[in-house]
Design a protein around this ligand. Structure first.
Ligand code: ZN
Length: 68
């Protein structure tokens, strides 16, 4: 297990172990989220694509009802 890369309130390096697959422990997970701005952008793009698919489905349902 790797050491957490978070910082304590005193400014020292956190001595806890990081969670599996992350660079931070449970306490410093919010610091990891701030460090992952690129991943946030990817998530935003994914959310936009999902929203677009949702709108397309709603539009298709509206079209089918209109034709009847
Ligand atoms: Zn930590």
């Amino acid at each position: 297990m790797a050491q957490c890369e978070g910082k304590t309130k005193k400014g020292d390096r956190c001595k806890r172990e990081s969670r599996t697959g992350t660079l931070f422990c449970n306490i410093h997970m919010d610091q990891e989220q701030r460090a992952r701005t690129q991943r946030t952008e990817e998530w935003d793009r994914d959310a936009i694509v999902k929203a677009a698919i949702g709108f397309a489905l709603v539009g298709a349902i509206f079209l089918l009802r209109f034709r009847r």
